[in-house]
Each structure stands twice: as C-alpha cells, then as structure tokens.
Design a protein around this ligand. Structure first.
Ligand code: DGY
Length: 323
C-alpha cells in the first residue's frame, strides 16, 4: 500500500521531520518561506494531509477547492484561529491542533513578559547596549514590584492556569480570573484563584492582566481603549495569546498617556508586522512569538501532530480534533 502524501508548510524540528520522512510520502518546506494562498490551495488538491502552522492563513478562500485530495488538516500549534474551522467543516476536512504540550513553556513566557515589563528589562538592556548606562543610583529605572500583587487571568484554560501557578507559587500573587466557560473548582483551587463574573472586574482589580483566550473574531479587540481605561495606571498587560485580542493602536496610546504602566507582548495582529506606534513605546516589551519556542516543546508539538495523523490514517478518531 502506498504511503499517505503529507505536506508540511514550514520547517519543523529535525527529529520530527526525520520521523515524518520515515512514515509518509512527505514534502517538507526546506526554504521555510511561507506558502502563498494559491500554493496552499494546490496542496489541498495534491496531498492526503496538510500540516500548517499559525503563520499560514487557511481561510475560506484557501479551503474552497474543487476536488480536494486532503482529508485532514493537522495543524502544528494549539491556537487555530488561522484556520476557518467553519469552512473546513463544511468542506469536509478534519482539523486537529496540538494542545497541552506547550502550556508550560507558553506560561513561562507570559511570566517572562510580566517581569520584563514590570522591571523594565527591555529598556535596561537597550540602555546598557547603547553605552548609555552611567552607573547605579537610587532613582534609576525604577520598576514595579509584582510579588504579592494581583494576577488577573482572562481565559482560565490550560495555559492561563499554568501562568497562574507560576505567579501564585513563585511570586505569592493573588489570582483572579474570568472565563466564559465553567472552570472545575479543583483547578481553580490549585492557585486559590477567585472567579470574577466579568472581564471588567478583572481589569479593575489586577496589578497584572495576562491574556490567555483564543484569537479569532469572537475576541477581536477585546482589549480596546475603553477597557484599557479600566485598568490601574500602575498595571501591566501581558499578551501571549493572540495579537488580534488587543487593539494595538489603542494600547500604544494608553502606554504613551500613562493609562497603564507597561505591556509585554509576544503576539501581534497581522504579525510579523507590528503596529508602528507600539514600536515607539519604551514601556512595551515586544517579543517575536516565542511562547512555545523551546526544543522540547517544539518537538512535542510535532509528535502530537504525528499522533493525530497516525490515528487518522488508521481509521481512528484523532485525539485533538477541533473540527
Ligand atoms: C500556538 O501553538 O498556538 C502558538 O501560538 C504557537 O506557539
């Protein structure tokens, strides 16, 4: 029997690519250049499985192919707002993601962003590298103490809860959260997290607000000018979720006006483009979508895609089906 034909849209860790080669008739993207919409459409006609990442916009126009050969879209990453799952469902594609395996590393990065923004680590590094540091002094580059503060989580799923564990266990922070879905009491109890009924309550009470909800149209610009005004002027906003959750222009204005103290951002609407006014904000820490970027996690994400492919081609239900 011939092996299923699999297309991978970007470079993946070597060990995972080697295993894919052993098991499938796989086409890898050696150049790592993102595919165009037309190339993705063609891939859906030519391959049994299509494996995109967050950098591929698999929208309705891409999915609208006559005579598709692809039956499974096995995405590398937990978030799947880059795929129009409604259109995929309608067109008969199975869609899978890679949850769980990246929760710890993404939460680690949320805490990195919190500390960098609160302790002005980006600004400090820039000062040292520019040769502008004139030495220790009591009033130099004063930041914000996070220990003992309130850590507000919007989206209390796996990654939000991991971030809460770190904030609570590592920094003695009180955890409050809002999630539109019910959270099992034992999961909230791990950090003594208190539920709030609205986003606004979390914004008003928190010293650090960390975003962990999915992207896509439901949460588009959830954090806008009006909501930024509800935050404490001393507060830090952290986003390791999806860029479109924040109105970038409104955030830059809030950072410049002192509406909030600082922000730590790992994701951006329309990335890798960055809202130009955010680049002008010294009090914003900007990282290039590094949440899951550790060797162990990037490999684990690949193994999880392979698990989904193996189940699918064995005629079983893939574990991480989202559409
Ligand atoms: C994901 O998996 O959704 C991340 O954003 C990529 O690390």
């Amino acid at each position: 029997m011939s092996k299923p034909k699999v297309l991978v849209t970007r470079r993946w860790p070597d060990a995972v690519e080697a295993r894919l080669k052993a098991l499938y008739d796989v086409t890898l993207n050696e150049s790592d250049v993102p595919m165009t919409a037309e190339q993705m459409r063609q891939a859906l006609k030519d391959y049994d499985a299509f494996c995109p990442t967050v950098s591929d916009k698999v929208d309705a126009s891409v999915l609208d192919v006559a005579g598709a050969r692809t039956r499974i879209i096995a995405s590398y990453g937990v978030g799947y707002s880059h795929i129009d799952t409604e259109a995929a469902k309608k067109a008969g594609f199975v869609v899978t993601n890679t949850p769980e395996v990246l929760s710890e590393c993404t939460a680690d990065l949320a805490i990195t962003l919190m500390l960098m923004a609160a302790r002005r680590a980006g600004e400090g590094e820039r000062e040292v590298r520019a040769g502008n540091w004139t030495g220790w002094r009591p009033t130099h580059m004063i930041g914000t103490k996070v220990s003992g503060g309130t850590f507000g989580v919007l989206g209390f799923g796996r990654i939000g809860r991991e971030a809460a564990k770190r904030a609570h266990g590592g920094f003695g922070m009180k955890v409050i959260y809002f999630d539109p879905f019910p959270v099992k009491p034992e999961l909230a109890a791990e950090t003594g997290a208190e539920k709030r009924d609205t986003i606004e309550e979390v914004l008003r009470e928190s010293d650090v607000v960390s975003l962990h909800m999915p992207g896509g149209k439901d949460n588009y610009h959830l954090i806008n000018a009006e909501r930024l005004k509800m935050m404490k002027p001393t507060a830090i906003l952290v986003n390791s979720a999806r860029g479109e959750v924040i109105d970038g222009k409104a955030l830059a204005e809030a950072l410049k006006a002192g509406t909030i103290k600082g922000a730590g951002l790992d994701v951006f609407e329309g990335e890798p483009r960055i809202e130009p006014s955010l680049l002008e904000c010294e009090n914003a820490v900007l990282l290039p979508h590094l949440g899951s970027a550790t060797q162990a996690t990037r490999e684990a994400m690949g193994w999880r895609v392979m698990e989904n492919l193996e189940a699918f081609f064995a005629g079983q239900a893939p574990r991480d089906r989202v559409a």
